[in-house]
Write a protein that binds this ligand. Structure first.
Ligand code: PLP
Length: 394
């Protein structure tokens, strides 16, 4: 869709759900901010102040929010801490946090620390097959003891997409609040966080948004919660026009901007600034439609040519995020051998090959070639030699 907009690494890049590639726009925006730093030094703040807020309209379009409900800031984990410090308020018998047994570990570290601190328990929705969640199990776990659920929109290993609208409504019916970790969906598919009544959400921008390694992520806070005071306040979340008066205590900014803590990296924000421009040219609905075409194509290729690999991603389009996961006992060696052949997959221990055909820049031809090489490696068994080279790469 926008392949020409990217400076893709040599070979076939199928790891955009780990780190999106550099775009010309992100490069140009970063160079511009570096030049400003060079020529303006501290006077640059005249222009840089409020940059995060100026990115909100574009981010809001991607996640289905009002601009005041989103802000580019922090990492997923830091933002999650800031939001837990605000939204996790155990009361009476409603004391517990809910997450899933398949969550990204960093979320679980944060959630279990908050449960311990405030005297609750972190409950985990079980998985029947070790890869996906069953709707009934999600619903059953939302008991009257749950104060706050934090769930992934797309499971980072299997790529299962959860139904944000339905589960958010179920959480609210039981009296719980709900936050979402949208690391693997923002930039890959549309969201409607405002209309779905999501309480809060967090995401990163280094995956499908292609903003660069460690670029600031984002958060959403529904406007019905704008009366809350951030539990982790800092001067960057202060009301903007009086931030530099530095008197009279913390007066929070009007919207999600209140959840910023300290000074943002302007150079890192520039990557996001440039990368978001690409999403202004292609509607996120069209990105999703193309992503589904590509993942369906990859699944069909795997079905036809890789019978020894087990598909761990749901086949139904409405239950699938932007990546496809194949299970094979030698996934690690296969991923190393693919890299040696110029094909960049992602490997998740102990036996998963994660492949992300990204709508903006990957093609059917690349998927055909990747599967052909994988077939060749399996037939020849040559990937087993990677054992000898393993220490070079891990
Ligand atoms: C689903 C998910 N949640 C959380 C994280 C951690 O993100 P961060 O390093 O921005 O805190 C990641 C990182 O890849 C992730 O995939």
């Amino acid at each position: 869709m926008k392949r020409g907009a990217f400076l893709l690494p040599r070979g076939i890049y199928l790891d955009g759900n780990s780190l999106g590639p550099l775009s010309y726009a992100a490069q140009a925006a970063t160079e511009r901010r570096l030049k400003q730093w060079q020529h303006l030094a501290v006077n640059g703040w005249d222009e840089w102040f409020g940059l995060s807020e100026r990115l909100s309209p574009a981010l809001a379009r991607l996640v289905g929010a009002n601009p005041a409900e989103v802000i580019a800031t922090g990492s997923i984990t830091a933002n999650l801490h800031a939001l837990l410090a605000t939204f996790y308020r155990p009361e009476g018998a409603r004391r517990n946090l809910l997450a899933t047994s398949l969550d990204f570990p960093s979320d679980l570290y944060a959630l279990s620390a908050w449960a311990q601190r405030l005297g609750g328990t972190l409950k985990l929705i079980p998985s029947r097959d070790g890869h996906t969640l069953h709707d009934d199990d999600v619903r059953a776990a939302l008991g009257p003891d749950i104060a706050l659920a934090v769930l992934p929109t797309v499971l980072y290993r299997s790529g299962q997409l959860l139904d944000v609208r339905t589960i958010s409504a179920q959480a609210h019916e039981t009296g719980a609040l709900i936050g979402w970790d949208a690391a693997h969906s923002v930039g890959a598919l549309p969201h409607a966080f405002h209309d779905d009544e999501v309480d809060f959400a967090v995401w990163c921008s280094y995956k499908y948004l292609n903003a660069g390694p460690g670029a600031p992520g984002g958060l959403f806070v529904h406007e019905r919660h704008f009366d809350l005071t951030p539990g982790l306040p800092g001067w960057w979340g202060h009301e903007k026009s009086t931030q530099f008066e530095m008197a009279g205590g913390f007066r929070k900014a009007a919207g999600a901007g209140a959840y910023q803590v300290g000074t943002p990296s302007i150079v890192a924000l520039a990557g996001l600034e440039g990368a978001l421009g690409i999403f202004e040219e292609v509607a996120i609905g069209a990105v999703r439609a193309r992503s589904l075409e590509l993942t369906a194509h990859l699944i069909a290729l795997a079905d036809a040519q890789l019978p020894e690999c087990t598909l761990r991603t749901p086949r139904e389009p409405e239950r699938r995020g932007g990546h496809v996961v194949l299970e094979h006992p030698d996934a690690k060696l296969l991923s190393l051998a693919l890299r040696r052949r110029g094909i960049i997959p992602d490997y998740r221990a102990p036996d998963l090959l994660r492949l992300a055909p990204v709508a903006l820049y990957n093609t059917e031809a690349e998927l055909g070639e990747a599967v052909r090489v994988l077939r060749e490696l399996l037939d020849s068994g040559s990937y087993r030699q990677e054992q000898a080279h393993k220490s070079e790469v891990t």
